[in-house]
Design a protein around this ligand. Sequence first.
Ligand code: ATP
Length: 486
Amino acid sequence: MANEVNNFQELISHCKEYGYIFQSSEIYDGLAAVYDYGQNGAQLKKNIRDYWWKSMTQLHDNIVGIDAAIFMHPTTWKASGHVDNFSDPMIDNKDSNKRYRVDHLIESYADEQKAMGNEQLATALLSMMDVLLAKNDFAGLKKLIEDNKIKCAVSKTSNWTDVREFNLMFSTQIGSVAEESDTIYLRPETAQGIFVNFLNVQKTGRMKIPFGIAQTGKAFRNEIVARQFIFRMREFEQMEMQFFVRPGTQMEWYNFWKEERKKWHESLGVPAAKLRFHDHVKLAHYADAALDIEFEFPFGWKELEGIHSRTDFDLKQHQEYSKKKIQYFDNDLNEAGKPYGNYIPYVVETSVGLDRLVLTILSLSYAEEKWNKEDGTEDSRVVLRIPAKIAPTKLAILPLVKKDGLPEIARELMNDCKQSFHCFYEEKDAIGKRYRRMDAIGTPFCVTIDHQTKEDNTVTIRYRDTMVQERIALVEVKNLLTEKLK
Ligand code: ATP
């Protein structure tokens, strides 16, 4: 894929102009940190989701997929620890009343220091922050902010409140009477829908450990600092897989999934050099090991996916709160020749944000290109070099003119191809302009039907990435595309 986008704002404008991503409720001036996907964005997102779903469920014969509801019994979130623990340390600036997530505030300051060449200071600051976060030492975090004279971006002062916890779950009422017992939450992660269905799936699918349950779906978090476009939203989509394993084997599977998931990102066209692992120092309440797969976004290295060894925490909690036994009988034999017997499985989770993946692909794909033509004049284009297998539209079918029977041939080709892949038909404007539009949308192949087509049944195929054009037989178009999209 092409060079990274230097100006993030240009990518955001491009996404809007070409039907990828719009601000939600834009006509009412938008809703902060909520976005809508347009005709091209929705298709790109679906293609990435399908690619993930296929690789998880079809290509792993011990992983099945489910689709659990967003609403869940409120006790789910008590059991999972989200009611008590799903919070971030926050700090408010007293002059601007702006609220910050403490880790974000310190991280941006460290980024600034790095940019100014103070690499050592930045590294020391971040490792001190990690230690304090791990100890939940709020007074220490406030002191770190004050000692470094970290300022609010709005008021430019260091007049801070104490550090406090803020729960990120959205709540709402179910039923018509708004009593406290009716309060339910919008799920902040899809994982719990998998845990509460563990026995349903294991029994009905006759699944044998180790096995996985995958699902994709919306999750909701009342993020305080919601910025950087679709990187951090209040409503977003996750693609999660919980892998149930025999206790004691979790680190083996943790390492397996860590590598497997990195390879998966590379198979999607993300260069290895733009991916790295970041081990967690502060572990979540449920984890015995955790890491992030980070991607180098246009605004720096950030989490794209989390790999967590969640122990038996979740299943154990649901067993306790529901008072229903959640166990697995393992009849494989141990070293002593006896069945492993009954236990609560351990879990290794892979959790990736679909919207963050869309942003990853778009930021890698976006390129502004300039070159000199044969006559010496300059030409330019903006192109989205989205990998063909996930591009929203695969083939543009373009009759050179709107007459002389060319549209009829084009329509026939369209009818022949549209069952197999997504095509787009266009007969308006000069051909060069139509090519540029397809480049900007990221369509990898264009086929032009011209007068020669009527004579010898050949067409011009144009490749987005190289802009090379060649003549091929009309009957070959579908086969060629099918081959290229594999
Ligand atoms: P962060 O530290 O960036 O807040 P997290 O560690 O809270 O993320 P997880 O709970 O591990 O995230 O969620 C798994 C994945 O879901 C993340 O790797 C990310 O891709 C995605 N994700 C989490 N929060 C958001 C959000 N607010 N907007 C978009 N994607 C998100």
